[in-house]
Design a protein around this ligand. Structure first.
Ligand code: NAP
Ligand code: MG
Length: 504
């Protein structure tokens, strides 16, 4: 295989600001242009400039990748590999990610905008941990013996891989999303076709090259770059794909379920959220307010778990909002490659326009704009920036409270008592995450019982660990990633009956 890492390295190190050759896909261990020859531009969100043109894969390319993944799935170099060897490959991949962590973090920041201090010091160590955690699972996916009541029979189960897995991921945490999908899929012995988001195709390609370098056979990890409506849709509909793991919006998730019906491929969905972050008056109110800032501003609010509905007990509301606003005012918004930057740009002009539209809708509906809502001072002209934004005097039925904004915009809602709070916090089609800040241990656990969400944080926020399952209630999706639970998504159970009649 030839490598395109030098090309991507030039971008990551700033030696090139626009690549003069197109970035290619990785199919069956080979770099590949789209069959049509088409490309699409990808941007640096901090400047708005095009940084590369990327192969625009479509149905023909997806078909090639599916064939490569199917062939690899059945090939003895992968199919007959022992679980321990699969674990070793994953461990080696983690080593290579560690070796390349600086470059990967820079490339991620260049293509996604997220501050380098977060990609390098937060995401990369977490991703390395994630691969090592799943390396351990490769040897622990055992079946059971079953105590059947049928005479003269012995029954056991084995866990087998699903087969060829399509993985469609969003742009908000590209490297994390790659690792959440491929680490467990590979540990269980599947092969993978990744379709990264059109906005952020670059780091997935680097990881796929590292997988080859680690020793995964060609075709085990394939990346098809391209548009959701073409490449993504072709992967979802493909009759030779066994499993489709999707992370993205609830609207597209619904389309995926319909389009995958043809061969009844298995589906898992990690979708949007509108998470309640609740501060009671008996909390350490100042600490809770400071954390509320990061509950919404992590990744400039482009976070499926963002604490976008900030519920505050009425008699401490002014105190909380003063702290939130004064903390946000002091934050440095800018280019993520600047080490001082705390909040980066939004990922695209489209996302900036969408979020700005919500800000306008909030104002029109009568919400009080306490901070932001505008382009911050001192940022590059072409960059996709929005200042941290706080709305007060918000009503539950306003669009800014109902819809996932996916930007640096928090809505503060005041509440008086427990029953009212729980009813309002649960009054959303979403159910991804939630948080409560209180010193009352009973209240904290009662909240954990009453809230309809896949994750509850108590006196903390945005915490993740490879061992802790993560996923949605209600229209935030189904299936759990991470922890042992993720193997429900990437394995299937075979039951074996052994007749003992005639055995003496
Ligand atoms: P999106 O528009 O739903 O896109 C997600 C992925 O699906 C992209 O790769 C996209 O391709 C592709 N896609 C779009 N239309 C498709 C179709 N018809 N068939 C197949 N694939 C299609 O979401 P996004 O804007 O990238 O990401 C933001 C959303 O992701 C938010 O709602 C956020 O809450 C959610 N999210 C959830 C989690 C979680 O774990 N629950 C984590 C992160 C993000 P294109 O890039 O070409 O559009
Ligand atoms: Mg999109």
């Amino acid at each position: 295989m030839t490598t395109q890492k030098p090309l991507l390295l030039a971008l990551a190190t700033g030696q090139a600001s626009l690549l003069d050759e197109p970035v290619r896909m990785l199919i069956g261990g080979e770099l590949a242009d789209a069959a049509s020859g088409a490309t699409f531009p990808t941007y640096n969100p901090a400047t708005g400039a095009v940084i590369a043109n990327v192969a625009a894969g479509a149905a023909a390319d997806v078909d090639r990748a599916v064939q490569a993944a199917r062939a690899a799935f059945g090939h003895p170099t992968w199919a007959k590999l022992t679980p321990a060897s699969r674990g070793e490959l994953l461990w080696r991949l983690a080593d290579l990610i560690q070796r390349d962590a600086d470059v990967l973090a820079r490339l991620e920041t260049t293509n996604n905008g997220r501050p380098y201090r977060n990609t390098r010091n937060g995401d990369l160590p977490g991703i390395i941990k994630h691969f090592r955690y799943h390396a351990g699972w490769a040897t622990k996916l055992h079946g059971t013996t079953v105590p059947v009541s049928t005479p003269n029979h012995f029954v056991y189960t084995v866990r087998e891989p699903m087969g060829v897995c399509g993985c469609i991921i969003p742009w908000n945490y590209p490297l994390n999303m790659v690792s959440w999908k491929i680490a467990p899929a590979l540990a269980a012995g599947n092969t993978v076709i990744l379709k990264p988001a059109e906005e952020t195709p670059l780091t997935a390609l680097w990881i796929a090259e590292l997988a080859l370098e680690a020793g995964f056979p060609p075709g085990v990890v394939n990346v098809v770059t391209g548009m959701g409506e073409t490449a993504g849709a072709a992967l979802v509909a493909h009759p030779n794909v066994d499993k489709l793991a999707f992370t993205g919006s609830t609207a597209v998730g619904r389309k995926i379920v319909e389009a995958a019906a043809g061969n009844l491929k298995r589906i898992s969905l990690e979708l949007g959220g509108k998470s309640p972050n609740v501060i009671f008056a008996d909390a350490d109110v100042t600490a809770a307010a400071r954390q509320a800032v990061w509950a919404i501003l992590s990744n400039a609010g482009q976070n499926c778990c963002a604490g976008s509905r900030l519920f505050v007990q009425r008699h401490v509301a002014d105190q909380v909002l003063d702290t939130v606003v004064s903390t946000m005012e002091r934050l440095r918004v800018g280019n993520g490659l600047d080490p001082e930057t705390q909040v980066g740009p939004l990922v695209s002009q489209e996302q900036l326009s969408r979020v700005s539209g919500f800000v306008a809708a909030g104002r029109d509906a009568g919400a009080e704009l306490l901070l932001g809502g505008v382009r911050p001072a001192g940022v590059a002209d072409g960059g996709f920036f929005l200042a941290p934004t706080v709305f007060g005097k918000v009503q539950d039925e306003m669009e800014i409270v109902r819809e996932e904004i996916f930007g640096p915009v928090v809505c503060a809602l005041e509440f008086d008592d427990w029953d009212e709070l729980i009813a309002r916090a649960n009054d959303t089609p979403y159910g991804l995450a939630s948080a409560i800040w209180t010193r009352d241990i009973n209240k904290a656990h009662r909240f954990a019982q009453a809230i309809q969400a896949g994750t509850v944080w108590i006196n903390t926020y945005n915490m993740f660990d490879p061992a802790a399952p993560f996923g949605g209630y209600k229209q935030s999706g189904y299936g759990r990633e991470m922890g042992e639970a993720v193997y429900e998504l990437y394995t299937q159970t075979k039951t074996v009956w052994v007749g003992l009649n005639g055995v003496r």
